[in-house]
Write a new protein. Structure first.
Lengths: 453, 174
């Protein structure tokens, strides 16, 4: 069948079918299979390799030579597709290095051997030239070692030698895959997008965080430059002031505050910001000053950033999401429990007075140092529904990490009748029926009599 | 002779250091396609639905998203919803084409009937188009600008954020 096919294909080039098949095999042996990358197209049983071999056969039949066919595949797959690196560019080093090494090694051996034969053993002394040679070699090798160490250090994660060096973006994407709700990762990503001027992406990340943690200072700070670009300078300033109220030492917020003032042409205020930050972070002056000068030049060239009147323009910008309502507080653990870091804690919300049944919202936390903060709200709602005003909050340390199974002895803390929006709750998980609940805002809470079920 | 040896040694060190300096700065994870920045390989493929021919030329003047996929590939099934939604929103200002890669037409059709298809799907007999685009595995997606130049290749399933970035690149580069 193959022969018949070859005979048909051989038409134009006039090659006998057997020759076509032989040439096809020879050329396929020089191509790397993209699927099983250690094997050649001739050897690989993969479907892609079969397709590539058919294409090689076509090209041979059309009368193309080896180099033309290799170049044809190189245009799609790159040089990688050639099993034998072509003699060009840096590849020369790969071909020449072994020959050179053999040559130099041979010369050294011959030289050492001749010297050893020529000098009588009794008179052999170490001439000062040899000492110099030894010292130089030692320094060169040490220098090379240092160079490699510094280079690998810079590549981070100690994985340089395995070739596993993901970009910052890849690291963050990977972290999000493992923990999609990690707000810090989303914020790092927002920061990365801002640096690349990808404003919509930065906006999306900050919105994600603000929906879950409406007062997060970094999220507020990173959304400000996006708002400025949307023509909402006053909103940007408001966000930055809120961010600094939450975290007065957040350098990013100070920097954006300076830039927003500068870019709308208010250089006096921008100068005040620089003066303010240098009071407690004097080293930041050399970071802030050049940025301010750059902003000054930009305003001089292009004029200040225009500000919309807040009406017509605002409607075109993405509508702010409805404010997410949460229940927040601090979770503590009875010292006798010895909860291991990394243990799973489930926080659930049910309607007030309902100790069982499917929860309205659930959140999985990983135990770290106690006391630890928690926040749960409509963003964690199981069905995306709004939460009722009065809720029953439960925190349970799960022994097996599976939310469905419930160990009889799982340490638990519950609070019934919690108001949606309460943010000063204190819960202490304990084993057994005596869960301690306190609310420093004075909400009416009842200790749960069946907390250990 | 000592000087010769010293010189040769130093030369070797310089060469090694230069090689390390160029190699250690690279990200070996990055898989670049030689097609990026070049004209997209033309294709003329039969439509999965009715066998009518779809060509790259007929899609010119608009950015094209060319997605190689199969119904048996879990990651392709995962990204289908995103691509379908994006196509529903952006067609016809952006053209989407799904190339069925190593799949039975009836399986591909059954999947698309169950999950919807907002854009055309084509068959690739003999994997010729897949080879021309340098496919390693699926899903792989190419973003072609309105002049027919490949602006990006994405290996693996797409997420909304990456899709937005690539689309902007494809829309803005011409």
């Amino acid at each position: 069948m193959t022969t018949l096919l070859c005979l048909l294909l051989a038409g134009n080039a006039g090659l006998p079918a057997a020759d076509i098949e032989r040439r096809t095999q020879e050329i396929a042996a020089l191509l790397r299979c993209p699927v099983c990358q250690g094997a050649s197209v001739a050897d690989s049983p993969s479907a892609m390799a079969v397709g590539m071999k058919a294409e090689v056969r076509d090209l041979v039949a059309k009368g193309q030579d080896e180099e033309q066919i290799l170049r044809h595949f190189e245009a799609s797959y790159g040089e990688f597709v050639r099993l034998r690196p072509p003699l060009r560019g840096i590849n020369w080093a790969v071909w020449l290095a072994p020959v050179l090494a053999l040559l130099v090694g041979g010369l050294v051996v011959v030289r050492v051997y001749r010297r050893a034969c020529a000098v009588p053993t009794t008179t052999r002394v170490r001439p000062p030239g040899r000492l110099l040679w030894g010292v130089l070699t030692t320094f060169t090798v040490a220098g090379l070692f240092l160079f490699v160490s510094i280079s690998t250090e810079r590549r981070g994660a100690g994985r340089a030698l395995t070739g596993e060096v993901p970009s910052r973006r890849a690291v963050l994407d990977d972290a999000l895959r493992r923990d999609p709700n990690n707000l810090e990762t989303h914020l790092d990503l927002a920061q990365l997008h801002l640096g690349r001027d990808e404003l919509m992406e930065a906006y999306a990340e900050t919105e994600f965080v603000l929906a879950r943690s409406p007062r997060n200072p970094r999220a507020l700070a990173y959304q400000a430059p996006v708002r400025l670009a949307m023509g909402q300078a006053q909103d940007a300033l408001k966000l930055l002031r809120q961010a600094l109220e939450q975290d007065p030492e957040l350098v990013d917020a100070w920097r954006h505050l300076m830039l927003v003032h500068a870019l709308i042409g208010d250089f006096d205020k921008a100068e005040q910001v620089v003066a303010e930050i240098t009071k407690f972070r004097p080293e930041q002056e050399k970071v802030f000053r050049p940025l301010l000068e750059k902003a000054r030049r930009r305003v001089a060239e292009h004029g200040p950033v225009p500000e919309s009147d807040g009406g017509a323009h605002r409607r075109r910008t993405p509508a702010p999401k409805p404010r997410v309502r949460t229940v927040a507080g601090v979770l503590d653990a009875d010292l006798s429990l010895h909860i291991a870091p990394g243990a799973t804690i489930f926080i659930t919300l049910r309607p007030a007075g309902q100790p069982s049944g499917p929860p309205l919202a659930a959140k999985r936390l990983t135990a770290a140092a106690f006391p630890m903060a928690f926040e749960i709200g409509s963003a964690d709602s199981m069905l995306g529904r709004d939460l009722p005003e009065r809720l029953r909050l439960e925190a349970r340390v799960d022994s097996d990490g599976d939310p469905i199974t419930r160990g009889a002895g799982d340490p638990t803390a519950t609070a019934d009748g919690v108001s949606l929006g309460a943010d000063g709750l204190r819960l202490t998980v304990q084993r057994g029926p005596r869960s301690v609940v306190a609310d420093d805002r004075g909400s009416k809470l009842s200790s749960n009599p069946d907390g250990g079920r | 002779m000592n000087r010769t040896v010293l010189g040769t040694g130093l030369l070797a060190v310089v060469v090694i250091v230069a090689l390390l300096a160029s190699g250690l700065g690279r990200d070996p994870h990055r898989m670049t396609s030689p097609l990026v920045g070049r004209a997209a390989p033309p294709f003329k493929l039969p439509s999965l639905e009715d066998g009518r021919e779809v060509t790259l030329d007929s899609l010119r003047d608009r950015p094209v998203v060319l997605n190689f996929w199969a119904s048996w590939c879990a990651e392709c099934r995962g990204e289908h919803e995103l691509l379908n939604r994006a196509a529903g929103m952006l067609e016809p200002s952006v053209r989407f084409v799904g190339v069925v890669h190593r799949d039975r037409p009836e399986s591909a059709l059954a999947f698309l009937e169950a999950h919807g298809a907002a854009y055309p799907f084509v068959l690739d007999p003999g994997d010729r188009t897949a080879i021309a685009y340098g496919i390693y595995g699926i899903p792989e997606t190419f973003f072609i600008d309105r002049n027919g130049t490949v602006v990006a290749k994405h290996i693996g399933p797409l997420d909304a954020r990456s899709l937005a970035v690539y689309l902007r690149k494809a829309a803005g580069s011409s």
